[in-house]
Ligand binder design. Structure first.
Ligand SMILES: *Cc1c(COP(=O)(O)O)cnc(C)c1O
Length: 391
């Protein structure tokens, strides 16, 4: 099918929830892909941080196809080896103790919210279900995750939210202290707020939050859906700040392209969800877990260092380009502030010239596959610079 035929079917049959850019991707390898017209692109988006190893990497394809030929699915009434191995690997790499597998970031946060509420209610009483989240956060589109997402723009069309969420200003510890109460069961945050413009929380703030949590038996929940699995140059971003979270949600990059989410529990919270309290049909599917194992196989200390170095190199080069007024983020999760041109225009022009980039609110956002080479980075940045020079 050609581009027009494909988009005609979308227009007629697919729910209009996205404003899409004019690109229909046909195939890809690593940080390069080809559209249905045969035009090539460098990818600085990784499917919004999903394709950690790029498009269809050999290791991932081999793991997924090998598992698909052996066993596609059994229910969570039974056991499979890939799920067992993946849970162990996630705990080994993170210091967390137990894992619940699901299928997306929103679902991972739903699991985190349920566990936190149950922890509070079990320990402090029936009213102790309040969760503090931060303004400009993004935790997903389902009702619990949406209620946690302190952005009216996402919530307003849908009537009342789930009760029990209290919103605090990011990087403002006195505001947080004012909002903590005897009913607070958890504080949930992203160390770098991805969807809101790649906004970094500062280290002193994160450590102060952790301290409050520790003192008052409040669970610290890190939403690592975007920042996790090597994206920031550490396996999880909280490792940059010496934090020991009680619950971590992960998704996006964890599956390397297939839908997988995980809720990781630390010592305090690892037994909160007992038999019958939570569940999902697909979560921990063996094919998806096999693919994830291939992703985690890559996440060595040396690889993390390379991610950090590549991210720093990109940030440094971009910061000297025309229109650029600042670069935020961590590792290969970068937000680029531009002046005199708006981010969607930059994205469109880049696409025309064969570079896929994202926006995050008013910024241009880069989330390249973690395996991108320095040569591919150079090709991409040359395109990016030429776009900024022309406009
Ligand atoms: C993308 C994202 C989510 C939602 O993940 P889905 O898989 O789209 O449900 C949640 N939290 C953060 C920080 C995200 O970036």
């Amino acid at each position: 099918m050609n581009f027009t035929e494909i988009t005609a079917l979308y227009d007629e049959y697919i729910c209009g929830t996205y404003s899409r850019f004019p690109l229909a991707v046909e195939r890809g390898k690593g940080a390069r892909c080809t559209d249905v017209n045969g035009k090539e692109y460098i990818d600085f988006s990784a499917g919004i941080g999903v394709n950690s190893l790029g498009f269809s990497s050999d290791a991932w394809v081999e793991a997924v196809t090998g598992q698909a030929q052996k066993l596609n699915h059994v229910s969570n009434l039974y056991y499979t080896e890939p799920q067992a191995l993946l849970a162990k690997k996630l705990c080994d790499k993170s210091g967390m103790k137990k894992v619940f597998f699901c299928n997306s970031g929103a679902e991972a946060n739903e699991g985190a919210i349920k566990a936190a509420r149950k922890y509070g209610i079990d320990r402090k009483g029936a009213q102790a279900y309040e969760i503090i989240t931060l303004d400009k956060s993004f935790h997903g589109r389902t009702f619990g995750a949406l209620s946690a997402t302190a952005q009216p723009v996402f919530q307003e069309p849908f009537g009342p939210m789930l009760p029990g969420f209290v919103y605090a200003a990011p990087n403002d510890i006195s505001d947080l202290k004012a909002k903590v109460s005897a009913n607070t069961c958890a504080i949930m945050l992203e160390s770098v707020q991805g969807e809101s413009g790649v906004l970094n929380l500062n280290e002193a703030y994160l450590q102060a939050v952790a301290e409050i949590c520790g003192e008052q038996d409040i669970l610290l929940i890190l939403d690592e859906v975007q920042t996790g699995i090597g994206r920031t140059g550490k396996f999880f971003s909280y490792m940059h700040f010496g934090l020991t979270p009680d619950i971590v949600s992960a998704a996006k990059g964890i599956g390397g392209g297939l839908p997988l989410g995980a809720v990781l529990f630390g010592e305090k919270a690892k037994d909160v969800l007992g038999p019958g309290t939570h569940g999902t049909t697909y979560g921990g599917n063996p094919i998806v877990c096999a693919g994830s194992l291939a992703v985690l196989e890559q996440m060595t200390d040396g690889f993390m260092l390379e991610v950090a170095e590549k991210g720093a190199a990109i940030a440094e080069q971009v910061s000297t380009m025309p229109h650029v007024t600042g670069v935020s983020g961590l590792g290969m999760m970068l937000g680029i502030s531009v002046e005199g041109i708006d981010a969607p225009t930059v994205v469109s022009h880049c696409l025309e010239k064969g570079l896929i980039v994202l926006t995050a609110k008013e910024k241009v956002r880069f989330l390249p596959p973690l395996t991108i080479t320095m040569e591919e980075i150079k090709t991409g940045l040359d395109i990016f610079e030429s776009v900024l020079k022309e406009v």
